[in-house]
Design a protein around this ligand. Structure first.
Ligand SMILES: C[S@@+](CC[C@H](N)C(=O)[O-])C[C@H]1O[C@@H](n2cnc3c(N)ncnc32)[C@H](O)[C@@H]1O
Length: 301
């Protein structure tokens, strides 16, 4: 890996946190009623559950009390509220920027480079059928960027040098999207990558950036980062995609929400286009829209 120098970190001093270290994915131990800093009732939980369902389609089950309490307690501290009742009332009274923070706090952003490796083999085989392109791919629920950069690495390895390949990467969470666009990762998170890929696609940080690596501009240039809420009917796409990655996000949605998202996904994919989904996701009920073509890979009918 070649060396590079990043601007000095600003703000809290750490330019990028690995997905696992994001506050949004942290699971706190149940503090228990007595040990809690803020009063927390079933009514508070039900209210949060209904708000995040309306905003992001995320279904929270009863087992998520401790997680929700822990993640939103930080929001109470940051916004100076002393109770959930007060915080939620304030949130609902307007349409301000706290809504984005509320959503950011409740998303789970776990991801990794080349997660579910077999998908990248299928993608590579697909791209090699038309090495000069053009290709247009959408990676939604892209989290902190490991997935979209894995897609672009696969494209650069599979296509001819002057090929046209465009990736749209999106998420509902503004904080992870900013991390993705920055493209700076801890070396720990790159352990699974081959030496060839590290050498070709990353630059190692020096000095204050030791222990970090930044993706090379050629990766970054292939991606447009956008904020897209999968459960809103305002997706900003005009041209259909050749392939869509929608992995490990539909597990948070209930069946009617999944169906609505799949119908929209069908509209933005070309006939014959591929839909890659997560290992725990099964859309065989939507066989009027998609046909299973491999392990968690569907073809748009
Ligand atoms: C567990 S991560 C999956 C990351 C990546 N796709 C992967 O498989 O490694 C789920 C992502 O879905 C995003 N998400 C949750 N609800 C969403 C919604 N309604 N619209 C778009 N993204 C959403 C979260 O912000 C989070 O980054």
């Amino acid at each position: 890996m070649h060396a590079y120098t990043l601007p000095r970190p600003v703000g809290r001093g750490v330019p990028v946190r690995a997905a696992e270290a994001q506050p949004a994915s942290g699971m706190a131990a149940d503090a228990g009623d007595e040990g809690r800093e803020f009063a927390w009732t079933q009514a508070d939980f039900s209210r949060v559950r209904s708000l995040i369902y309306q905003r992001a389609g995320i279904s929270l089950h009863e087992g998520k009390h401790a997680m929700v309490y822990s993640r939103l307690s930080r929001r109470l501290r940051e916004t100076g509220h002393s109770s959930f009742h007060g915080y939620l009332g304030w949130l609902e009274s307007g349409d301000g920027p706290e809504w984005q923070e509320f959503v950011n706090a409740l998303t789970t952003n776990l991801t990794a480079f080349f997660r579910e490796q077999h998908h990248f083999e299928v993608l590579s085989a697909l791209l090699r059928t038309r090495p000069a392109g053009p290709w247009s791919v959408w990676c939604n629920a892209a989290s902190t960027g490991e997935e979209p950069y894995s897609i672009v690495m696969t494209a650069l390895e599979s296509l001819s040098p002057q090929s046209q390949f465009k990736l749209t990467a999106s998420d509902i969470d503004s904080r992870v999207l900013a991390t993705a666009a920055r493209g700076v990762y801890r070396l720990d998170g790159l352990k699974g990558l081959s030496q060839d890929r590290l050498q070709r696609f990353f630059m190692r940080g020096k000095g204050v950036n030791a222990g970090l690596a930044r993706v090379r501009p050629e990766l970054r240039r292939a991606i447009e980062f956008l904020s897209v809420n999968l459960v809103r009917d305002d997706w900003p796409f005009r041209e259909p995609f050749d392939a869509v990655f929608c992995r490990n996000v539909m597990i948070y949605f209930d069946a009617p929400t999944q169906r609505r998202v799949l119908e929209r996904m069908h509209r933005v994919l070309k006939p014959g286009g591929l839909l890659f989904v997560g290992h725990a996701e099964n859309f065989s009920d939507a066989r009027d829209l998609f046909a299973l073509r491999g392990k968690t890979v569907y073809e748009r009918l």
